[in-house]
Design a binder for this molecule. Structure first.
Ligand code: HEM
Length: 629
């Protein structure tokens, strides 16, 4: 997560979500308090209709596509007109942070620099100014926040300042600036608002943690996701997906439609529970107290992120509010469960006297928790719990969202679907996928690469500058809140041909697996630099296994009469009203095995699987826009 926080796909609440606020969980300022979501995304490329996936005659599909296009053009024209009319007004700002940077490097404290530079602002007139968009709250009402940011990006470019009343944010959509923040100078940035919001649930877990604590925890956790562990996870993914298939089988037999988003949320919860701390939520089968508790906490994180007043911080409130009491009870249940699992695992490790080595794995319990304890990880139970909770959230909602949007996209492109099914039939026939199949399921991987391009989870990354820095040609000062819009990077018409279209073939089938490095930071579904997602290979394989097994066995169509599939967001992108599909059993596929080349390789020193890096492949346009120019 998501910033893979999110939080937010609570199966029972998709209709509630539709009416939730549309700002990310990290924007808590009261200046945003008035932002309300009208409930439907107007971005027409995500409107689905029951006629997709070849269900109705071609002419209806074409008509719908035309209507969508017209709506999209109209919406864009309206926003452009508002920008032109001055609803967003360009202003100038900037700070002499080059000088400040130099003084900082000489060891002058930030307090002194802050004092000095209050008086020095006027000296800064020679520096270029970051374009500034002044926003009205109404401008981003009724849409997921990253959609208006996209429109503003088209107007203001790869870096601009967005000011709402007293609050201002830098919006970065330029690959070279994103690279600078994430990879070249990451020490100058913290997780900022994100850490503040997530504290109640993740504590000092790996996502919100900064500085030395983050370094120590990352060094301890990364080795646990070694190649052997990830390979062992393939059967876990397969077994969990098989349970989902059984559910779909029953629904298809009964002629019932299914809401796929909530099922994917349960699938990935079951997987991550086993993978991280060997706990079987079994949420695909049961609604136990602990599953409900997990969703209560996730929902609370979302609610807190958009609440106008942090009412939960009022000491007495949490004791008298029934809702806050429920949240506290849910958190306690999860924490107690995690403490219990840690205690059980500690006993197991004590009894087994493990011969610890780099690819250590307990066959009965291959979980990350077991690895950490066996490694002698010297950490408090509270820190361990925070890390486990962080991975639970990070690896749950992100993966669920990827599967949801992949099936949504597939439902709109029957040709892609049949090509995908063809590959799966050839590679798998009717058996479960194995680790060897991961490199053979090339088109499946491309489908997921492309889905991650169009629906990045999360759509923005959050940072706060810890010192003055240069972003492109612009100086910035300490304390700037920054959103790196992955959505904008992934959909930029300057960077991609047919940027809004779902074209898995844009990624050469025998090319390298695309990642931020070989795509020059135009494509960064797992972030980049030292804080890159550590579950990238885990998540990629999880998606490949789930997608391949599902399309191997079923055909999927958006259900007739299903509500349009709009977007809403916490940190990952959710649908507004779920993804209702009609699922039908496929006839047994023929078995035609073949295919050879490797798409994923083992990552060097970390021992963690990762996509290989290399020269840029076809994907983004070769021209990379830059705010430096
Ligand atoms: C498709 C699924 C996933 C996506 C799209 C995804 C995406 C991301 C992204 C973009 C980041 C960088 C955040 C930032 O720089 O602010 C991140 C970080 C992280 N992810 Fe993932 N993630 C996924 C699955 C997972 C899984 C399965 C796990 C755990 C097994 C995981 C654990 C983490 C952790 C712990 C971090 C924080 C790393 C750090 O700050 O050092 N993610 N993820």
């Amino acid at each position: 997560m998501a910033a893979n926080i999110s939080l937010l796909n609570v199966p029972s609440s998709s209709s509630v979500r539709a009416h939730k606020l549309q700002i990310p969980p990290f924007i808590t300022s009261s200046s945003f308090s008035a932002i309300q979501n009208g409930g439907k995304c107007k971005f027409s490329s995500v409107l689905a209709c029951a006629s997709s996936n070849g269900r109705k005659p071609e002419s209806v599909d074409t008509g719908v596509k035309k209507a969508e296009k017209i709506l999209e053009q109209k919406r864009r024209a309206e926003l452009s007109a508002r920008i032109a009319s001055g609803e967003f007004t360009v202003q100038q700002s900037g700070f002499p942070s080059v000088l400040r940077n130099g003084l900082s490097k000489l060891g002058i404290s930030n307090e002194i620099l802050d004092f000095l530079f209050k008086w020095a602002v006027d000296l800064d007139k020679d520096y270029p100014k970051i374009p500034e968009a002044k926003g009205k709250i109404s401008a981003i009402r009724s849409e997921p926040f990253f959609i208006p940011l996209y429109e503003l990006y088209l107007t203001y470019g790869g870096i601009f300042r967005l000011t709402f009343g007293p609050k201002s944010f830098l919006i970065v959509s330029d690959p070279s600036i994103a690279k600078h923040i994430l990879k070249d100078n990451p020490k100058a940035y913290s997780k900022g608002i994100l850490a503040e919001i997530l504290e109640f649930v993740m504590g000092k877990g790996l996502i919100p943690a900064d500085g030395e604590l983050w370094r120590v925890r990352r060094r301890a956790i990364v080795p646990s996701l070694h190649q052997k562990y990830v390979s062992a996870m393939i059967s876990l993914f397969g077994e969990a997906t098989d349970r989902l298939c059984k559910k779909l089988d029953a629904a298809s037999f009964d002629g019932q439609d299914v809401e796929m988003e909530s099922l994917f949320s349960r699938l990935t919860l079951d997987i991550i529970g086993k993978a991280v701390f060997n706990y079987d939520f079994d949420s695909l089968t049961n609604d136990t107290g602990i599953v409900e508790a997990v969703y209560t906490v996730l929902r609370e994180a979302e609610d807190r992120s958009v609440a106008p007043i942090p009412i939960w911080e009022i000491p007495i409130w949490k004791d008298i509010s029934p809702h806050q009491k429920k949240v506290a009870a849910a958190l306690k249940l999860i924490n107690d469960t995690l403490d219990g699992l840690i205690a059980i695992c500690k006993r197991m490790v004590d009894e087994e006297d493990p011969q610890f080595h780099v690819e250590y794995m307990n066959e009965q319990d291959p979980s990350i928790l077991h690895f950490l304890l066996a490694s002698g990880d010297d950490v408090s139970s509270k820190q361990l719990r925070d890390d486990l909770m962080t991975m639970l959230i990070a690896g749950h909602e992100t993966s669920a969202a990827v599967l949801t949007w992949t099936f949504y996209l597939l439902s709109k492109e029957p040709i892609v679907m049949s090509k995908l099914q063809n590959e799966v039939d050839c590679v798998l026939g009717d058996r479960f996928p194995t680790i060897e199949d991961m490199k053979k399921l090339k088109y499946t991987t491309r489908v997921i690469n492309e889905s991650l391009r169009l629906y990045p989870q999360p759509p923005v990354l959050i940072r706060r500058s810890l010192e003055g820095d240069m972003l492109g040609k612009y100086p910035i000062e300490r304390g700037e809140d920054i959103f790196i819009s992955i959505w904008n990077l992934h959909r930029s018409p300057n960077l991609w041909d047919d940027s809004d279209k779902f074209i898995p073939d844009r990624w050469p089938i025998d090319g390298l697996n695309p990642n931020e490095t070989n795509q020059n930071f135009c494509y960064l579904p797992f972030g980049g630099g030292p804080r890159k997602c550590l579950g990238d290979m885990f998540a990629s394989f999880e998606a490949i296994v789930a997608v391949s097994m599902l399309v191997q066995r079923f055909n999927f169509q958006v259900a007739l009469g299903a509500p349009p599939v709009g977007m809403t967001t916490g940190a990952t992108i959710h649908t507004t009203e779920g993804l209702r599909m009609t699922v039908t059993r496929r006839t047994r596929p023929p078995i035609m095995p073949k295919l050879e080349k490797t798409m994923f390789e083992v990552d060097d020193e970390s021992g963690k699987g990762s996509a290989p890096e290399g020269e840029p492949q076809l994907g983004p346009k070769s021209e990379v826009s830059s705010a430096n120019s």
